[in-house]
Design a protein around this ligand. Structure first.
Ligand SMILES: C[S@@+](CC[C@H](N)C(=O)[O-])C[C@H]1O[C@@H](n2cnc3c(N)ncnc32)[C@H](O)[C@@H]1O
Length: 433
């Protein structure tokens, strides 16, 4: 069918309408890899209750924003959705998606959005690849788009070059360690922003009895940046990835990396969360922390303490709250710094009882957002400024709406392009009472 693409929606697909036969309303059709204003030929791949998914067959009238993708796997690989759009167009798409999502959540009179971008390629400091034998050859790859099928890849231009070089080195050397080559299901590499140090994790079905140190030392001959490595043994207690449990296995070398962002250096253990974009993380910390000072700040969902360490030099006291076991305590030692192992909601329930009131709250939750109880507790605490860092526009809209309804004013809105070439987007929202 011939379709006119009206806009691009969160997830990366273009949206068009078609006259539905026999129905009064027009039906929505989503077509990936299209751009606003394009006319395309598409074929329906799936019909749902309220919409259809279609596959792009041919672009009849192309947008001036359309460019040739840089990666040979684009369109087949599940990783990137926007390589067919110029980088400038990607930023505009993300801006209008954020604007529309927040307006739909009932947030009117939004502040002017500020857009922050860095390099659009080679930005990832971490990649996790599948490992499998294909035609008697050991290959690494990702998942085929929309499936759980292995897709062998020969490049990943959004990854820091060292990560891809490390993957190739593993493929070259693993042949001499057949038990490890056979047992490895997935492999993860994590590098410092300057690509001077590297960590490797092998995810194995069952751990070979010996030879892990020898494998790491062999890799090191070609990959001197490799500072440490570990094994995670994947145990399934049922069907599907959700039932996967990890057991720690063999280790070699250092257990983590010292990762420097601007003037701070963080200890990041292998497997700990760290912001994935090595090029823009300093800008993110600047947006969240710069120019803020006072008596007490809270960093909720603190991770390894990315924001808390900086805030600690600007506030007399910083309290950082993190639910997962990790590196927060190591990174937040010293007077006036407190690392609390707790969920945010439990911490806030107690804080409300104790009538604590910080001048600044930073919160950077996972995609699920902070949720209604946290918003209700924040409304009772009445901190004068809240900086909300979000990686999901829909849950951000829901939470911001609750905070605005409780008296906060949305003061600044920043789109930080943490994930170029993909539909993912990061927002920093500043709220004041
Ligand atoms: C998006 S990361 C942000 C980490 C950190 N702010 C940074 O920028 O590196 C979210 C963090 O929240 C933590 N987390 C998830 N659910 C939580 C909860 N209910 N309470 C506190 N922390 C939680 C995760 O373990 C993760 O470290």
């Amino acid at each position: 069918m011939k379709l006119s693409i009206e806009k691009v929606v969160y997830g990366g697909a273009g949206l068009a309408h078609v006259e539905a036969s026999g129905a009064a309303t027009r039906e929505i059709v989503f077509v990936p890899f299209t751009l606003p204003g394009e006319v395309v030929e598409a074929e329906v791949a799936d019909t749902r209750d309220n919409f259809k998914d279609a596959a792009l067959r041919h672009v009849i009238a192309a947008s001036s924003d359309r460019i040739a993708p840089q990666c040979v796997h684009f369109g087949v690989c599940g990783g990137c959705q926007y390589q067919h759009a110029s980088y400038d167009a990607q930023l505009r798409l993300k801006q209008s998606i954020l604007q529309e999502t927040l307006e739909r959540a009932g947030l009117n009179s939004l502040p002017a959005m500020q857009v922050h971008a860095a390099q659009p390629w080679e930005y990832r400091n971490r990649i996790r690849l599948r490992v499998a034998m294909v035609d008697w050859e050991l290959r690494v790859g990702y998942l085929r788009r929309g499936s759980s099928e292995f897709l062998p890849v020969q490049m990943c231009p959004i990854a820091a070059p060292l990560l891809w070089y490390a993957a190739e080195t593993f493929l070259q050397r693993a042949g001499s360690f057949p038990q490890w080559a056979n047992a490895t299901q997935e492999i993860e590499f994590f590098t410092t922003g300057d690509e001077q140090k590297l960590q490797m994790t092998l995810f194995v079905s069952s751990q070979p009895v010996k030879g892990f140190s020898e494998l790491c030392e062999a890799l090191c001959e070609q990959l001197p940046q490799l500072a440490g490595a570990g094994v995670q043994i994947m145990e399934t207690s049922g069907r599907g990835r959700k039932s996967l449990r990890m057991q720690p296995g063999a280790t070699w070398g250092a257990a983590g990396l010292n990762y420097t962002v601007a003037d701070e250096t963080y200890w990041v253990s292998r497997g700990s969360f760290f912001q994935v974009n090595r090029a823009i993380v300093a800008q993110l910390t600047e947006l969240v922390c710069a120019g803020r000072s006072g008596r007490l700040a809270w960093d909720l969902y603190a991770g390894v303490g990315l924001f808390s360490r900086i805030l600690a030099s600007q506030f007399a006291e910083v309290v950082a709250v993190e639910a997962a076991k990790g590196d927060l305590e190591t990174n937040l030692r010293g007077p006036g710094r407190r690392a609390i192992a707790s969920t945010t909601v439990e911490f806030l329930r107690q804080a409300v009882l104790e009538r604590d009131r910080p001048e600044l709250i930073v919160m950077d939750p996972p995609r699920a957002g902070v949720g209604s109880e946290v918003c209700a507790l924040l409304a009772r605490l009445k901190a004068p400024e809240v900086v909300y860092v979000s990686c999901d526009p829909a849950t951000l809209g829901r939470d911001l709406r609750a905070m605005v309804d409780s008296g906060y004013k949305l003061n600044q809105l920043h789109l930080v392009d943490m994930f170029p070439q993909t539909f993912h987007q990061e927002t920093v929202a500043v709220l004041r009472l």
